[in-house]
Design a binder for this molecule. Structure first.
Ligand code: ZN
Length: 440
């Protein structure tokens, strides 16, 4: 009986572990969670760097954009196919893998033999590997390999590259494994010496180190299949064959999709980008598209995704999902041309609300259902001032800015009546000013 190839997470050689942990801490402060907790507990005890290094997470921080190259010059169709499965994580997380002709961060090989098998280094560890060496291996993958294997293996190894460890090493699962039977099983099936099985199957992750789901997920794409015969309870761990719902939730929590993109409205069609690099967009229909409808954008429900609203007089009809054709109506403002409608998360609860601007008064809601709002004065309210909304300080609450010529005067708090001046653009009518969380 020939065994399915089992993945191993490649460990850095000892001398690279300290520099790797230092780099990981620079890239994502979440990687230092355990260390900070340890240092709080033992303020006076000096913990050796080498010991701390293994407790550092390997997440990339923020928006992940990694370059990819293939070391053995495979045909274009194979490269595209592997890349497409790597980018399967894009559905749930702010993650993009892009092929490059130059030196890449992720280097894919298909080698067999001594360094064969399926493996990847974990997350930011790949930055320590020499530029001509692979960081991810897909032993023997060709265009003839089954699609199910592309889904199972390429997505799994990519998960490691994103910093996700093995799910079967959660304490909950490791506690169920019979140690001796496991060592026997992996020796017979894979020829693994005991220490390899101990490292890859029997050593639970430090739960305090995990940014993770509450419970182990036995069908996670990051989980091994563990046969019933090595389990104390005689119940197999099925392992994952694709990114499942819990994986999606987890990936989304580590790398939230929250970057603004562009959309065009054409009549009642709204065509939006999913990624900044998209040339073609997704089309949804909403509103009646006539000049009677003014289109607004906001995350009305707080799920991290922006949706549409149309304003018709003083009625604002907002979507709960971008695909909704019908929305929920709320009344706000007086709806005549005197009121300019603004959208922002004024309270920092993650949900956008409305404000109307009437001269230099901005009257904002605390909840989307509020009929009456709170008034603040800002700017001079005449046509010289263009009002913009944004979280200029990064505290999660939107504030106001007015643009006057080439000067932007932004608030630090919504209650501020005076702002901070900043010059940008040339300020003439040729320039239209926008605000958004733009990233390259
Ligand atoms: Zn693995």
């Amino acid at each position: 009986m020939s065994a399915v190839t089992v993945c191993t997470v490649k460990q850095l050689p000892l001398e690279l572990q300290v520099p790797a942990s230092e780099r990981a801490l620079q890239l994502d402060e979440r990687n230092g969670r355990v260390i900070r907790a340890l240092q709080r507990m033992s303020a006076e005890a000096e913990i050796p760097k080498e010991q701390l290094a293994i407790l550092v997470g390997k997440f990339w921080g923020g928006s992940v954009r990694l370059t990819v190259t293939f070391l053995d010059n495979p045909p274009q169709d194979l490269r595209s196919r592997i890349l497409a499965h790597m980018n399967a994580w894009q559905v749930c997380a702010d993650v993009t893998f892009v092929e490059t002709a130059g030196t890449a961060q992720v280097r894919v090989a298909r080698q067999g033999g001594q360094d064969g098998g399926y493996w990847s280094y974990l997350g930011t560890d790949i930055l320590q590997i020499a530029a001509d060496r692979p960081t991810l291996n897909l032993d023997g993958f060709t265009m003839n390999t089954a699609e199910s294997e592309y889904i199972r293996v390429v997505r799994h190894e990519t998960g490691h590259t994103l910093g996700f460890p093995h799910e079967h090493l959660r304490q909950e699962i490791v506690d169920r494994i019979d140690r001796d039977k496991a060592i026997d099983f992996y020796r017979q099936m894979y020829g693994w010496p005991a220490d390899k099985t101990i490292r890859n199957v029997l050593t639970a992750l430090d739960e305090s180190a995990l940014i993770s789901t509450a419970h182990a997920d036995p069908t996670s794409i990051m989980c091994y299949w563990l046969p019933a015969e090595i389990m104390r309870d005689g119940i197999a761990v099925p392992g994952g064959s694709d990114i499942d719902t819990a994986d999606m939730e987890f990936a989304r929590s580590v790398y939230p999709v929250g970057h603004d993109r562009f959309a065009v409205r054409r009549g009642n069609q709204i065509i939006f980008q999913q990624r900044m690099s998209d040339f073609a967009g997704q089309v949804v229909g909403y509103g009646n598209g006539s000049s009677e409808d003014q289109y607004l954008v906001g995350d009305w429900t707080g799920d991290g995704k922006d949706k549409l609203a149309v304003r018709r007089g003083n009625q604002i009809i907002y979507q709960r999902n971008i695909t909704d054709a019908a929305g929920t109506a709320v009344g706000y403002g007086n709806g005549n041309s005197e009121d300019q409608y603004l959208v922002g998360d004024w309270t920092g609860d993650g949900k956008d609300k409305l404000a109307v601007r009437r001269d230099n008064q901005i009257i904002y809601q605390r909840n989307i259902t509020d009929a009456a709002g709170t008034a603040v004065g800002y700017g001079n309210g005449n046509s010289e001032d263009q009002y913009l909304v944004g979280d200029w300080t990064g505290d999660g609450k939107d504030k106001l800015a007015v643009r006057r010529g080439s000067v932007l005067i932004f608030q630090r708090r919504l209650s501020d009546s005076k702002g901070i001046e900043h010059g940008f653009g040339n300020g003439n009518s040729e320039d239209q000013y926008l605000a958004g969380a733009f990233h390259m």
